[in-house]
Every structure is written in structure tokens, then in C-alpha cells.
Design a protein around this ligand. Structure first.
Ligand SMILES: *Cc1c(COP(=O)(O)O)cnc(C)c1O
Length: 461
């Protein structure tokens, strides 16, 4: 029997949400050209489009908001964030930015240019875009276990070390601008990376003198998985595990909208305070984000972020957070519904290829399932598959993703067990009716980059 871990908090303020009829939803999704990002949130009942910036702040964060110092330079709130982040990550230089992609935009051009490459255990969509905007190209070396959704392995998010070294050999170490270790591995289903794997990647980067950057959006969920699954780490605190990971890298880029539970914010970290490229980071930040002591954020945002970083690492919180995913996963197991298993840290990734084996990747099974779920119960999920990957920047050809997932990204501290139960029943109904869905979708219009956010689609036939 699936059990639900009780949340270590209670509700103090509520936000009404509205259920719609199936007819209303069919009209709304057609109006949005079958693009989940173009739906109005008022037409959504349970919103799992993203866990980014959608969490609920705590009473401590809301009180911190009033303490924000809005000074243009040298704000007290900046120093609060600096002290907190330095203490957690043990990095000398901490640069606030407005979100994760801003961190990428500011940092990546320092190491990547035309003719160079970045290697990752899988790139998140905006991360891929910023590698390409810098003129470089993406190479991926994900643990092959991640492509088998029914294989229950503890660290499906790991880097494939052998493939990583092969890619370095093939393209030449001098042409690899950076290695990006994404923890947890979002595109693989929020799957964790082990400390041992992180250390192996570190050793290879040292050997070839390649910069190692952590894409750290879900560092705390990853640390919790490591504590639960990596025997040598079971007695370490979340902070000790976090330090051990960050000790391996040179820099990190972080979307603070995930594990730091703020609605907006991001961080760049540099371990070595004397690194010459810090000047470049400051210069880019001043141009694109704002002066380096606020980085495009309000003073109050910096305060909330400092508090959220600590709250996001609380063990009881992380146990209940991962407990939600396990609960949904266990219930789906009871129905025999395929998803990336074991469940990841921030969401459930339904295996759309197994729902609709007859729908080819270029008709986007993951997007098709997301649309069916929305029509069924007003749930908003999204495609993490070929639709999201887009086209090869050189040939313009549709990329073929190793997985076709429909992702339910669960906002932090927002929904209750009864919401999840409703969603599980709707997923089961959609699973029972899977053979009635004969075709997928085609794109009728798309922009050149990050097309999934804006594209228009239409049903095939
Ligand atoms: C969300 C995310 C980003 C980008 O962060 P934003 O705050 O959305 O700009 C980068 N990498 C990963 C792994 C993410 O999950």
C-alpha cells in the first residue's frame, strides 16, 4: 500500500483554484494552439507545468521580505545571501542573478565559443540554448539506464563516464569548454547523481584540465537521494553531502526557483575567489542583470532567497518532498502505469512512449499525453521529449529524444494528498483509454530557438 509522508508544515493562507468542464478545457487548449505554455492559469486546476518559482514561501520567508534592504550597492540583504551561500557551498564568490538562465547567460560565454563543446549528463532546455547561443555545441553522456523507464536503478542521473571520456578524445580536450553536471538530472526524470559519480567526473576534468560546472537547481533533493541510497553517505548531513559535491566542481549555476523555494532568483558560484574570470562575470552581470550586489533582484528577493536556501535543505522537508513522488509512483505501480522509475525528486515523468507506442517521435507522444491529461481533469503537465528538444541547430532536423516523457513537476509546499489522488485517477483513466488516441500533433509554426514555449500545434488528421 502506498503511504503518504505527512508534511512538516500546515496551511496558513489559501489561494482558490477553479475546476472547469471538459468542454471549456477542449476550447481552451485549442485556443492555445495545443501549447501548454499558452494556456491561462485560470483555466488550469492542478498546475504541474513546472516546479520552478511555483513553490509556497514560508512564514519566515514572508517576514524576511520586509527586512529587504533596497540599496543600489552593498545591500545588507546581499551580504546576508553571501554569508548563507558561502557557508553552504564553501565557494568564495557568490553572484546573485534573476534566475538560472541568467546565470547561464552571464557565465557560459566566458568558457564557450564557436568551435567548442560542452558535455553534460543531460542539458536542461535553457542550458542547451545558452551553450548554443554562445556558439558552442552540446554533447551528452547520460547513464544508459535512464533510457529504460522500467529499470529501477538508484542513480539513473549519473554521467556515463566511459562515453564522457570518449567524447573528450573524439573532440579534443582543448575544445571542451566545460562539463556541466546537472543535479538532479532534470531531463532524465529528476534522477539523482551519486557522489561517487561526481568524484569520477571531477577526476576526469582534472586529468584533462576542463572546467566543471554544476547545474545546481535541485542540489538539495539530490543530496537527500544520496543520503538514502549511497551507503557511504548515510550518516552525512544534507549540508555535508552538498559540500562534498561542490568541492568537486569549479563553478555552479543555480536556478533558486527550485530547491531554494523562491518565486524568482538564481546564483552563480565560483570556488576560487582569485579566478580571473570573476571580472568577466561581474562585467556581464552589470550589463545584463544589474549591479553585482543585486543581480537583477530586489533586496527583499535576496532576503527570501537566503532563508529559502536553508529551509530547502531541511531533512524533514526533503523526506516529505521525495515522499510525494514516491507516493504517486507507488499508486501508479498499483495500476501498472509506466513512468521513469524509481520516481525522481521533483516530479513524475510518465513514459508516453508506452502510452502511445504507435505515435512516432515527430508527432510528440509526450505532448499528446499532456493534452489528454489536461482535457481529462484540468491538469497541466508538459512534454520532456522530442517536442522539447527541438531541431538540430545545424541541420534544422527534428531531434529524436531518447525518452518521450510527460512531466508532472510538483510545486513545493502547494498541493495536498487529495489533489494528487485526483491526478492519479485521471492518469489511470487516460491510461485505460490510451488506444483511442490514434495520432499525435504536428507543428504549424515555430520560432528558431526554445520553440516549445511558443510553438503552435495542430492534431494530426
Ligand atoms: C530550471 C532549470 C534551469 C534554468 O533555470 P530558470 O530559473 O528557469 O531560468 C537550468 N537548469 C536546470 C536543471 C533547471 O531545472
Amino acid at each position: 500500500m502506498a503511504t503518504f509522508v505527512p508534511e512538516p508544515y500546515r496551511i496558513k493562507m489559501v489561494e482558490p483554484i477553479r475546476m472547469t468542464t471538459r468542454g471549456e478545457r477542449e476550447a481552451a487548449i485549442a485556443q492555445a494552439d495545443y501549447n501548454m505554455f499558452r494556456l491561462r492559469s485560470d483555466d488550469v486546476f492542478i498546475d504541474t507545468l513546472s516546479d520552478s518559482g511555483t513553490g509556497a514561501m514560508s512564514q519566515r520567508q514572508w517576514s524576511a521580505l520586509l527586512l529587504g534592504d533596497e540599496a543600489y550597492a552593498g545591500s545588507r540583504s546581499y551580504y546576508h545571501l553571501l554569508d548563507t551561500a558561502r557557508d553552504i557551498f564553501n565557494y568564495d564568490y557568490i553572484q546573485p542573478v534573476h534566475q538560472g538562465r541568467a546565470a547561464e547567460k552571464v557565465l557560459f560565454p566566458t568558457f564557450l565559443s564557436k568551435g567548442s563543446f560542452a558535455i553534460s549528463n543531460l542539458f536542461f532546455d535553457t542550458t542547451r540554448a545558452h551553450v548554443e547561443l554562445a556558439g558552442a555545441r552540446c554533447l551528452e553522456a547520460c547513464n544508459p539506464e535512464a533510457s529504460d523507464s522500467s529499470l529501477r536503478a538508484p542513480f539513473k542521473g549519473n554521467m556515463d563516464i566511459e562515453r564522457m571520456e570518449k567524447l573528450i578524445d573524439e573532440h579534443g580536450a582543448d575544445n571542451i569548454g566545460m562539463v556541466v553536471m546537472t543535479i538532479t538530472n532534470n531531463s532524465a526524470g529528476g534522477q539523482p547523481v551519486s557522489l561517487q559519480n561526481m568524484r569520477e567526473v571531477h577526476a576526469i576534468c582534472k586529468k584533462y584540465d576542463i572546467l566543471l560546472n554544476i547545474d545546481a537547481a535541485r542540489f538539495a533533493e539530490n543530496a537527500m537521494f544520496v543520503k538514502m541510497r549511497e551507503p557511504s553517505c548515510k550518516d552525512m548531513s544534507i549540508k555535508e553531502i552538498t559540500r562534498a559535491f561542490f568541492d568537486c566542481a569549479d563553478t555552479f549555476t543555480m536556478s533558486a526557483k527550485k530547491d531554494a523555494i523562491v518565486n524568482m532568483g538564481g546564483i552563480i558560484g565560483v570556488k576560487d575567489g582569485d579566478a580571473p574570470f570573476i571580472l568577466k562575470i561581474k562585467a556581464n552581470c552589470i550589463c545584463f542583470e544589474g549591479f553585482y550586489t543585486y543581480g537583477g533582484l530586489n533586496g527583499r528577493d535576496l532576503e527570501c532567497l537566503a532563508v529559502g536556501l536553508e529551509e530547502g535543505m531541511d531533512e524533514d522537508w526533503l523526506r516529505s518532498r521525495i515522499g510525494v513522488m514516491n507516493y504517486i509512483g507507488d499508486r501508479l505501480d498499483e495500476y501498472g502505469i509506466p513512468y521513469q522509475s524509481p520516481a525522481g525528486g521533483h516530479g513524475i515523468f510518465l513514459d508516453a512512449k508506452k502510452f502511445y507506442p504507435h505515435i512516432p517521435y515527430y508527432e510528440f507522444p509526450g505532448q499528446t499525453l499532456a493534452i489528454e491529461l489536461y482535457k481529462e481533469c484540468g491538469l497541466r503537465a508538459c512534454d520532456i521529449g522530442s517536442y522539447m528538444m527541438g531541431n538540430d541547430p545545424d541541420t534544422g532536423e527534428q531531434l529524436h529524444s531518447i525518452n518521450e516523457f510527460t512531466r508532472l513537476a510538483i510545486p513545493r509546499r502547494v498541493y495536498t494528498q487529495s489533489h494528487y489522488d485526483m491526478v492519479i485517477e485521471a492518469i489511470n483513466t487516460t491510461w485505460q483509454q490510451r488506444e483511442q488516441v490514434k495520432h499525435g500533433y504536428r507543428i504549424t509554426w515555430e520560432p528558431p530557438i526554445l520553440r516549445h514555449f511558443q510553438a503552435s500545434l495542430a492534431p494530426v488528421k
